[in-house]
Design a protein around this ligand. Sequence first.
Ligand code: HEC
Length: 126
Amino acid sequence: MRLLVLLCLTALAGTALAEASAGCDPDGDSKAFNRCRVCHASAPGAADLSGPNLWNVVGRDAGTGPRYRYSTAVVESGLTWNEQSLREYLANPSLTIPGTRMASAPISDPDTLDAIICHLHTLQGD
Ligand code: HEC
């Protein structure tokens, strides 16, 4: 548990340390991520569902996960997934990337966004 918190804080350090310490609790966070699980696997090597596997999503260029066939909109978005771009995309997918096939409800609650993005930072490794 303590290790996870540390990993999470380390991952966020430099970009949003204040937000990290305020909102980063990996235990609570995986609950906020439940709304994503219907479309996204998140274990290393797990098959894509209707959306791409989100293992190692933080830090990768949009539309470059292994195997998944993305919309042209995501591939050509020029985004790299970081704190800021994830926040914007999750807050309003089709406004951030017009033409994206991700049909999830916009998330406006900042605490929920913090929790989900914190959890995404824990999905890292070989
Ligand atoms: C209704 C299904 C659905 C839900 C719910 C959903 N997504 Fe997605 N997501 C998708 C699809 C489909 C794509 C691929 C979009 C495209 O290619 O246009 C995607 C793409 C993404 C990407 C881009 C990944 C990459 O490799 O470039 C991220 C990040 C993402 N989703 C995060 C989330 C998170 C976090 C949640 C929960 C808050 C969530 N999604 C909820 C279907 C969904």
